[in-house]
Design a protein around this ligand. Structure first.
Ligand SMILES: Cc1cc2nc3c(=O)[nH]c(=O)nc-3n(C[C@H](O)[C@H](O)[C@H](O)COP(=O)(O)OP(=O)(O)OC[C@H]3O[C@@H](n4cnc5c(N)ncnc54)[C@H](O)[C@@H]3O)c2cc1C
Length: 501
């Protein structure tokens, strides 16, 4: 049974009780710990700045040429919060908590959601302090608009550029630490693999996307802040670099994947947000000690669907207020690793595996372009595992995906066959992961024979064709364990209890 490590006691005291138990290393010891952060979007930049500010050695990697180009830059609607200046007594933490649980269709953890709504007030203060120009009314108070699905709490916005302003705040904090020499930011680098020895994280394998060099980085803790995977559907509102590679490669090294089939759909095209992600406990640590997952990359707060404008909030909560404390606590209970461990066979094998995959892709020289395969996979997922799903169609998808994958590995054509800066090669590598990950999404959808979140299950509808949720059978987090390609994953269940709503 999975242990989410939720503190005992009343809901409203859980986070404060947890914080009282958290340890912190002495300032003199902190520099000895090396922390690797994958992703410099909202959650990754915020986390890196905080941990570097506490005195730890932080190395942060991202795909783009600037961290300012990550997903949050396109977030336009705003950020929701329990903070209120109005006299509406219904605007508050309890109401926001209720809205979020209901939007997630009762498939999220009460304790995590309550913590998110509790922290939301501090997050708005932080954003204001960082210079986010939220709209204000004639009295100078923050202006709130009410999104669909939220009965009470309104969201705050800065024109139609909210995400970009908030990202600039997190980015500026990170760059301040970089300038002070406390953090290092490496752009145009891709995580190729996670290195785990005796069940504990030891580091990562990376590729410099400009030179093509593959190398290892030792770490006492690895934090995945690599964003969501909704781009798997091809027609998506996500940035082109949005991918599943970092989380899926970690999954193949032992990290459990929770709720992969839950994806938020947008009215304009396939979806906007991956609600599923790597399984984490209350401290945002995966089932692999030392591997933490924050922001959209984890599954933790949204259940089966996301309340509008709650995503930026979660990224900032994870990156500023939760993970810096819980990662510091984990480190305070460890001994710093030694640099020489990157010579161990486990690192060399992971480097060789990454090199082999790159060389394989470079030498296929087939006839079909990477985007062509991506569109085929996306169309298939939309048709068989999109908004409307049925057992038969899902089982058909499980038959077809391996066929597409097989053709991909024999017939993909890259725009150029160069092992230096080569975006076609990068895309092919990420699509190769999507091709495997797609099976896990379908597997999870087959298992969940209920209508839930924004997905309608054909076998689970009433006479008026309204979706029926099945709490008796499916009120649990479905966390999947990888057993090897071609083998069925194992299902681990974390029961979900609702005692406060
Ligand atoms: C069109 C659109 C509008 C949205 N509007 C809103 C809104 O109004 N309100 C709201 O709350 N949310 C909104 N969202 C969702 C929100 O923007 C995202 O959920 C949020 O920005 C995710 O932040 P993140 O830090 O988790 O990841 P991201 O910002 O996606 O950052 C991921 C980082 O990981 C790096 N990375 C990924 N893979 C690798 C790898 N293998 N190796 C190295 N680095 C890697 C990337 O380079 C990047 O730096 C919107 C999303 C979209 C698509």
């Amino acid at each position: 049974m999975l242990d989410p490590r939720i503190p005992l006691g009343p809901l409203i005291n859980k986070w404060s009780a947890c914080q009282q138990q958290l340890k912190l290393s002495s300032p003199a010891d902190r520099r000895k710990f090396k922390i690797v952060v994958i992703g410099a979007g909202l959650s990754g930049a915020a986390f890196s700045a905080n941990l570097a500010g506490l005195g730890y050695t932080v190395k942060t990697y991202c795909l783009q040429d600037s961290a300012r180009r990550s997903q949050a830059a396109s977030a336009k609607c705003g950020i929701i919060s329990a903070q209120s200046y109005s006299s509406d007594v219904n605007d508050g933490v309890q109401e926001f908590f209720g809205d979020t649980i209901k939007a997630g269709d009762y498939r999220s953890r009460e304790a995590n959601v309550y913590r998110l709504t509790e922290i939301s007030e501090s997050i708005i203060d932080l954003c204001v302090a960082q210079g986010v120009p939220f709209e204000r009314d004639d009295h100078g108070c923050l202006l709130r608009q009410h999104p669909v699905a939220s009965q009470t709490n309104g969201n705050l916005f800065a024109g139609d550029d909210t995400g970009r302003h908030i990202l600039t705040g997190a980015y500026s904090s990170l760059m301040k630490e970089v300038k002070k020499g406390n953090a290092e930011l490496f752009t145009r680098h891709e995580m190729m693999d996670l290195v785990v020895k005796e069940g504990v994280v030891k580091g990562v394998v990376l590729r410099d996307l400009i030179s093509g060099k593959i190398f290892s980085q030792r770490a006492d803790a690895v934090i995945l802040a690599s964003g969501g995977y909704a781009n798997i559907f091809y027609d998506s509102t996500n940035a082109g670099t949005n991918n599943a590679s970092a989380v899926f490669r970690s999954h193949k090294r032992g990290a459990f994947f929770a709720h992969p089939c839950f994806i938020q759909m947008h009215p304009t095209c396939v979806a906007q947000y991956a609600v599923g992600g790597l399984w984490v406990d209350y401290n945002l640590m995966s089932n692999i000690p030392g591997l933490f997952v924050i922001g959209e990359a984890n599954f933790a707060d949204h259940g089966a669907n996301r309340l509008g404008s709650n995503s930026i909030l979660q990224c900032l909560a994870d990156g500023n207020f939760i993970a810096p404390l819980t990662v510091a606590d984990y480190l305070a209970r460890c001994t710093p690793g030694d640099e020489v461990i990157i010579n161990l066979p486990v690192f060399k094998e992971a480097e060789a595996h990454a090199t082999q995959n790159i060389n394989r892709l470079l030498h296929i020289n087939g006839k079909r372009h990477v985007d062509d395969f991506h569109r085929q996979l996306g169309d298939l997922l939309w048709e068989k595992c999109g908004l409307i799903r049925g057992g038969e169609k899902l089982r058909e998808a499980l038959e077809i995906i391996p066929q597409i994958r097989e053709e991909f590995w024999g017939n993909v054509k890259l725009a150029e066959n160069d092992n230096h800066l080569n975006q076609s090669l990068e895309k092919a590598g990420r699509l190769a992961d999507f091709m495997e990950f797609a099976e896990l999404i379908v597997f999870d959808a087959i298992n969940r024979a209920e209508s839930c979140g924004c997905h309608v299950r054909e076998e689970s509808q009433n006479e008026s064709q309204e979706g029926l949720r099945n709490d008796e059978k499916y009120s649990y987090v479905a966390a999947w364990e990888f057993n090897g390609m071609g083998k069925d994953p194992s299902l681990h269940k974390e029961p979900l209890l609702y005692e406060n709503i």
